[in-house]
Every structure is written in structure tokens, then in C-alpha cells.
Design a protein around this ligand. Structure first.
Ligand code: BV8
Length: 236
């Protein structure tokens, strides 16, 4: 790792692996979410149009499960980094859970949306949401019974891409935590960062699909790797 004093602007990308030790299923490991359901049935606009009850039920279960899990040491370490790091930090997550926020992070960019948010397909306004949608509750804004999970499905544009690319363009360190590097555009962020001269570090249980793009890769559980790395950055 380059001498820490030169690190002023960090971009972090997290994926399902950072929440695995909290008890939330990842997508592509054995028994993961994509083994229980076909992606095209539950994570595409076409699947939602075809069978809205199946999709609303899938997200209702995942939303309800949040009450039974809690942040782990990796989430808490990133919150400590946000509080104590004197430079600029952008935390981008592909996760739709709220464990970063419950772990103490105050600025979290959910590029694939959030379970605890509802998007109305009539007025297109987002509202904080923590209840089921299968019973077609009315939109808090326009009352239409047309709420959908505020998550980015395959074929849909992830959120705040402009802001992410701007941050990648001026980062001096990009860290990828707990993601398989299987889904774009997130999987391409490491290459964006390298093009602008950033150092790149992968913290993951095992080598990801894009591990060869990283200057450095450390493999092991996030609850061990992330606190150690945060202490390094904070010079502890
Ligand atoms: C888009 C919904 C364009 C919410 C998800 C080429 C270029 C660009 C796009 C494409 C392309 N080819 C295909 C595409 C389209 C597609 C895509 O990438 N497909 C893939 C499958 C090839 N991408 C899209 O459709 C994206 N949109 O491109 O729009 C566009 C342009 C113009 C106009 C309109 C549109 C949208 C992608 C978002 C899809 N939504 N989820 C939800 O239900 O959660 S994706 C889903 O997979 C998750 O959101 C997650 O973000 C994503 C990646 O999964 P990971 O988080 O990495 O989880 P995974 O299980 O895969 O891996 C976990 C990792 O953790 C593993 O490596 C494991 O080893 C590690 N791990 C496990 N335990 C631990 C651990 N690590 C540390 N500690 C542990 N304890």
C-alpha cells in the first residue's frame, strides 16, 4: 500500500460479501439468492410485469429479513473511516440492505437502490418504506396502488452514475469489498480508477472475476480484512 499520507481521495465499492457475515445471502455463492430464484423472474422489469406478486413477495421477504440481522465489524470499520479520515471518502454500495447506515455510515450511495425505499410507478416519487408491498399499499404521495421496490433491476440504469464516475476520476485509492465483479457497470469501476492513476485494492473472500485488475488483493472475511485495512489508512 502506497504511503498513507498521499491518500486524500478514496472511493469504496461494496457488494453482498460485506453483509454475508451478518447473515444476508449473497447472490452467487452456493445456496445464494440466484440459486433460489431465476434472475430474469425476480430482478428484471420484464419479470415484474409478468408476475408482480412473485417479485413483490421476493423483496418483501428480503426487506423483512433486515430486522433479523445486524451490521458486522466491516460495516463499523467503514463508519469509523468516514468519521476519522481527513480526506474525501465516497462509499458506493451495490447492496440494497441498510447495514452500512446501521453500522454508522452517514453518507452511503446505493447505486442499485434500497429495500427500505419504495418507487411509485405513477408519480415516480420515492418514499422511505419498511412494510410489505404484496398487499398493494397506496403511494404515500399520490395514493395510487402502484408501488414497486426502489431497486435497480437488470437492464435498468444504476443510480448516480455521474457522481460515481466523477469521484473515480479524481480518486487516489479505489477499494472493492465483497463483490464478485460479475455485474456491470460496477465491475468496471476498477478500470476507471486505474485509468486516472488510482491505486486499487480488492478485499474479498476469494479472488473476484476482476481480481487481475487490482494492484493489490487480500483474501479473507471482510470482518477481518476491513478493520485491519481501515487502521492502516488511519495510521493506527
Ligand atoms: C445496466 C438488484 C445499462 C437489486 C442487481 C456489459 C456492460 C454493461 C452492462 C452489461 C454488460 N453485460 C451485461 C450487462 C447488463 C447487466 C450485467 O452486468 N449483467 C451481468 C450478469 C453480465 N447490468 C445491468 O443490467 C445493470 N444496468 O447495465 O444498465 C443501461 C444503459 C442505458 C440505459 C439503461 C440501462 C444493472 C445491474 C444491477 C442489477 N441489479 N440487483 C437486488 O435485488 O439486490 S445486481 C446484484 O448482483 C446485486 O445488486 C449486486 O449488486 C450484484 C453483484 O453481486 P455481488 O454484490 O458481487 O454479490 P455476489 O454474490 O455476486 O458476490 C459476493 C462476493 O462476496 C463473492 O465474490 C464472494 O467471494 C464474496 N464474499 C462472500 N462472503 C464474504 C465475501 N467477501 C468478504 N467477506 C465475506 N465474508
Amino acid at each position: 500500500m502506497r504511503f498513507m499520507a498521499e491518500i486524500n481521495r478514496i472511493v469504496i465499492l461494496t457488494g453482498a460479501g460485506i453483509s454475508a457475515e451478518s447473515g444476508i445471502d449473497t447472490f452467487r455463492s452456493a445456496g445464494g439468492l440466484w440459486e433460489q430464484h431465476k434472475v430474469e423472474d425476480v430482478a428484471t422489469p420484464e419479470g415484474f410485469a409478468r408476475d408482480p406478486d412473485l417479485v413483490l413477495g421476493f423483496y418483501d421477504l428480503r426487506r423483512a429479513a433486515l430486522a433479523k440481522v445486524k451490521p458486522n465489524a466491516a460495516h463499523h470499520a467503514l463508519a469509523k473511516l468516514e468519521a476519522d479520515f481527513s480526506g474525501e471518502l465516497l462509499l458506493v454500495t451495490q447492496n440494497v440492505d441498510d447495514l452500512h447506515e446501521r453500522g454508522g455510515s452517514r453518507q452511503v450511495l446505493h447505486m442499485h437502490g434500497e429495500l427500505k425505499s419504495a418507487l411509485c410507478t405513477s408519480c415516480e416519487i420515492r418514499s422511505p418504506w419498511d412494510a410489505p408491498m404484496s398487499d398493494r399499499p397506496p403511494c404515500p404521495i399520490c395514493q395510487a396502488q402502484t408501488l414497486r421496490p426502489d431497486v435497480v433491476w437488470f437492464g435498468e440504469m444504476p443510480y448516480q452514475m455521474e457522481r460515481i464516475y466523477t469521484a473515480l476520476g479524481s480518486a487516489d485509492l479505489f477499494v472493492s469489498i465483497g463483490t464478485s465483479g460479475a455485474v456491470y457497470p460496477a465491475a468496471g469501476f476498477v478500470q476507471e480508477a486505474r485509468q486516472t492513476g488510482a491505486r486499487t485494492l480488492e478485499l474479498n473472500l476469494e479472488p473476484s472475476d476482476g481480481t487481475h485488475f487490482f494492484h493489490e488483493a487480500r483474501h479473507g472475511p471482510a470482518s477481518k480484512l476491513v478493520p485491519t485495512w481501515v487502521d492502516e489508512v488511519l495510521g493506527r
